[in-house]
Design a protein around this ligand. Structure first.
Ligand SMILES: Cc1ncc(COP(=O)(O)O)c(C=O)c1O
Length: 322
């Protein structure tokens, strides 16, 4: 098992950082994008899945015949399904209607079992319904091992040990500000811990969507997968955050489309939100020069959402022209 884990780790990461130019209050500004769509399994969650599963193997929780179980909005599911294949164990993903058809068919192709929940929870999302389903399945069958991305310390830790140092190795100097989307908060918290441990002055900006309660706030209906949460993150601590930005669907879609049109780079929805928050922050903080956006995945899976006018109209959020 260890050999396979080492092999998986060797294939992870080293995703490119690309500079792009965007208009910020009438001025062209350079923004660096770390493109995690180029990661193994197509998203930053390949790193998270690796960290989580490695912890379970280390703790002796992966025995022959067990099945991994996780509540996931998509990307972590795809990454876990790939790892489960690699390690020759089963994987069941608990999904909700916000996951795209593309993700569902990818999971099925990878041999995962899908369990759907369709009840909106009291916080306006599906996370609480998904977690209730996980608990029900764990009670009914002791062959399941819950990966638990929302609480496992391995989630932020892999970003502290891998993603953060990788960013710093790739850039000539630490950026003035770093922007990352928040769902479990693991990616942001881990990178921020790495930067704080090295006493870097980088301003750490967490990016969330309206309606998320990942870090306080009022619960509301959310439409984007991958960003936001129906319950508070266990990883986001005040000392790790310099600024917390909220973005709406229209802004996220606008920047997905603008970046595609102006640079040919196809970003996922949460990355559009991150770029939107970055442009706003640069406009409000003229002293910030070097900005880095963590772009968690690419745009292929979002053709039927943020890149679709009819979807935008259906949720009452017409995008501005890119
Ligand atoms: C597309 C996308 N962006 C951002 C995130 C946020 O990552 P985290 O759960 O580490 O906060 C996720 C997590 O699922 C994601 O899939």
């Amino acid at each position: 098992m260890k050999h396979y884990l080492d092999r998986f780790e060797a294939l992870l990461g080293l995703t490119p950082i690309k500079p792009i130019t965007l208009d910020v209050q009438g001025e062209p500004r350079t923004i660096h994008l770390k493109l995690e769509g180029y990661n193994l399994t197509g998203s930053i969650k390949a790193r998270t899945a690796y960290g989580l599963v490695r912890g379970l193997v280390r703790d002796g929780r992966i025995r022959p015949g067990v099945r991994l179980l996780e509540s996931t909005s998509g990307n972590l599911g795809v990454a876990l399904a790939s790892m489960a294949r690699f390690l020759d164990i089963g994987f069941t993903a608990v999904l909700d209607p916000m996951s795209t058809a593309e993700v569902r068919s990818r999971l099925t192709d990878l041999g995962a079992t899908i369990v759907m929940v369709d009840e909106v929870d009291e916080a306006g999302g599906y996370l609480l319904s998904r977690l209730a389903k996980v608990q029900e399945m764990l009670r009914a069958d002791d062959g399941y091992v819950w990966v638990d991305q929302y609480n496992s310390p391995e989630n932020p830790d892999i970003h502290r040990r891998m993603t953060g140092p990788e960013i710093l190795d790739q850039l000539p100097a630490a950026p003035d500000a770093l922007f990352a989307a928040v769902s479990t908060g693991g990616t942001f918290a881990g990178i921020s811990q790495c930067f704080r441990e090295r006493a870097l002055a980088t301003r750490m900006v967490a990016v969330d969507v309206n309606g998320s309660v990942a870090y306080g706030g009022q619960p509301g209906r959310r439409y984007l997968s991958g960003i936001g949460a129906s319950r508070p993150s266990s990883f986001l601590k005040a000392g790790l955050i310099d600024h917390y930005a909220y973005v709406d669907v229209g802004e996220a879609a606008h920047y997905c489309r603008t970046v595609l049109k102006e640079t040919g780079i196809h970003l996922g929805a949460s990355s559009g939100a991150v770029v939107a928050a970055c442009v706003r922050y640069l406009g409000e903080h003229p002293d910030v020069q070097d900005a880095l956006c963590i772009c968690a995945d690419g745009g292929e899976k979002y053709e039927s959402t943020v890149y679709s006018d009819s979807w935008m109209t259906s949720i009452g959020a017409l995008p501005r022209q890119a």
